[in-house]
Design a protein around this ligand. Structure first.
Ligand code: NAI
Length: 304
């Protein structure tokens, strides 16, 4: 693994401005952690409203910290002032690093790469937050693959410390150094991984969830699986974790795996289980209020 260490000959990179494209679930979180570290952020989405919604995530996290006395109101204000929310790609022109977190769709990402390449300054680095698409193949849509790297965050971005830096075949030393320096600047722990399916963490998580699926189809009650996992010291049981990451995402990944690697690549009992949950029962996970578990909406707080 050529990237086990930071390339020593590349001087430390000060990253003053970061672009984040896609102000959804992940992009909004990435914008927050960067702004929290004092970095200027340009947060781009398709519309002003979508970009603003992403920025509102930072406002709400800071509001929570202020309420708990862990941040001052002027710190919250300063953090928000560092985030420019816009639908205009031209605002990325002076960014040192741009990270895309748009839909997990090869064509959408390729289109975004082309648009970014038109405005990015020559030495800047472009990164993808993809969780499943190979970095080497995504880099093909960007004119200079040596400046393309994977920076893979985990949700919730403000809480999860691990960040994977993924090397494509052509990723250069400068891109690796910028990615590592950025991850350290936002006070997360980077690990450098090769461009393999699931990278590192998702390979482990997948095995964790797959074993739970096995137990479930063997008839073990979900609550026993979860309790056993908790007693074994895992912070979240495998089925509750799958509810967090979304059951329809599992279905999507299984479909893509079957398409790419053939019928035998996924246990048909697991595929049948997610198909039933998603297509017939709308059990998409926590976001839908039900997945392996039910998540009844909390009653609205009364203002006295
Ligand atoms: P999301 O659907 O919440 O957000 C995607 C955002 O991209 C949307 O706001 C959408 O309007 C915007 N977008 C789409 N096309 C665009 C374009 N051409 N220009 C600008 N903005 C555009 O998706 P989510 O969950 O945030 O995922 C984003 C990426 O992060 C995906 O590649 C996903 O695989 C990856 N990822 C997701 C994780 C998760 O737990 N959801 C974890 C780690 C990575």
């Amino acid at each position: 693994n050529k990237g086990a260490r930071r390339p020593a000959r590349v001087p430390e990179q000060a990253i003053a401005k970061v672009g984040v494209i896609g102000a959804g679930f992940m992009g909004a979180g990435i914008a927050y952690v960067a702004a929290k570290a004092g970095i200027e952020v340009v947060l781009v989405d398709q519309t002003q409203a979508a970009a603003d919604k992403g920025k509102a995530h930072s406002a709400s996290l800071m509001e929570g910290l202020v309420k708990k006395g862990r941040a001052k109101p002027d710190e919250a204000e300063a953090l928000l002032a560092r985030i420019q929310a816009t639908p205009d790609y031209a605002a990325l022109a002076d960014a040192d690093l741009v990270i895309e977190a748009v839909f997990e769709d090869r064509d959408v990402k390729a289109e975004v790469s082309r648009r970014v390449a038109e405005v990015l300054k020559p030495q800047a680095i472009f990164a993808s937050n993809t969780s499943t698409l190979p970095i080497t193949s995504l880099a093909e849509a960007f004119p200079d693959a040596s400046r393309f790297v994977g920076i893979h965050f985990f949700s919730p971005v403000d809480k999860m410390m691990l960040t994977e830096v993924i090397l494509g075949k052509e990723t250069g030393d400068q891109a690796l150094a910028v990615a590592l320096d950025f991850v350290r600047a936002i006070k997360k722990t980077p690990i450098v991984v090769n461009d393999t399916r699931g990278f590192f963490a998702n390979r482990c998580v997948l095995r964790y969830m797959t074993e739970a699926y096995d137990m479930l189809v063997e008839g073990v009650p979900p609550v026993m699986i979860e309790n056993a996992a908790k007693f074994a010291g895992m912070p979240v049981g495998p089925l509750a974790l799958n509810d967090e990451t979304a059951v329809d995402l599992s279905q999507k990944i299984m479909k893509a795996t079957i398409r790419d690697m053939g019928e035998g690549s996924i246990d048909p009992r697991h595929f049948a289980l997610v198909n039933e949950m998603v297509d017939e029962e709308g059990r998409l996970g926590r976001k839908a209020g039900k997945g392996f578990y039910d998540y009844p909406a909390k009653p609205a707080k009364k203002h006295i």
